[in-house]
Design a protein around this ligand. Sequence first.
Ligand code: NAD
Length: 281
Amino acid sequence: MGRLDGKVAIITGAASGIGRGTAIRFAGEGAAVVIADLNVEGGEAAVRDCRENGGRAVFQKTDVSSETEIKALVARAIKEFGRLDVIYNNAGIGGAVGPLEQISVEDWDKSQAVLLRSVFLGIKHSVPEMRKVGGGSIISTASVAGIRGFAGLHAYCAAKAGVVNLTRSAALEFAKDRIRVNCICPGGINTPILHRNQPGVKEAMEDWMAKGQPIPRAGHPEDIAGMALYLASNDSEWVTGQAMVVDGGLTIGASFFSAGGGDRIPTALPPSGYVGPSFEK
Ligand SMILES: NC(=O)c1ccc[n+]([C@@H]2O[C@H](COP(=O)([O-])OP(=O)(O)OC[C@H]3O[C@@H](n4cnc5c(N)ncnc54)[C@H](O)[C@@H]3O)[C@@H](O)[C@H]2O)c1
């Protein structure tokens, strides 16, 4: 028996990376999956992956920033599989990056449309279908960039923080309908959003990312798929409005003795032993 037997799930951005990994996992757990993406070739390959993993899947070409296309996506899920239990609003881009003063209004607005408007639209148009079946689970991919700042990622940070707090306000509104709304905050996950399939970059990222957080390895789509599976399944029936951080410990703190990176702080504290009141020798 699969943990998602009988459930129908839409996953956006599922032609690649986290979304594709999650689609394969969901299909293997018994869900029928609607793969949504702008990337047709990747989307069709993801459908094949899901079928090979024993599940049912279809692809719908979708621009997640378009209300018309999100409506059509939900309609496709109903047409193919008869109901909707889960939507995972996951599609994303880097958006406008670099110094804030150099960001154009046009690039700012495009970034927000893909990263934040899309989540609003995914929630708005999935809720009526979830009500019909007595509840559901809405999941979105936020980021650790939604709970802390990253210089040079202003549009992304603002959008992902928006996803975190939209998750909370929507969770309050739809709890009475037994529709749960949660998001995931991944740390560094080695996917095409970072390496863009450039030769050698994925391997270089793998080594570099292993040093980026307390657990000494890069994050992979499967790490996020595991959390998405939990949030989609009935195991999380009592969980709503949460931002689940999956980051290998990136955001939990730093080593006191080398805070700020590498070199030991020039403190009089010994690296180990018991430290008493400061007036004592
Ligand atoms: N990789 C990381 O380190 C990381 C960390 C935190 C959060 N995230 C978030 O995870 C999500 C998935 O990213 P990923 O790392 O798997 O990257 P990815 O590039 O492998 O996958 C993103 C997918 O979204 C699709 N997409 C982009 N714009 C779209 C649009 N307008 N409509 C439909 N599809 C669109 C892309 O075609 C792609 O298939 C994103 O929301 C990203 O911001 C990634």
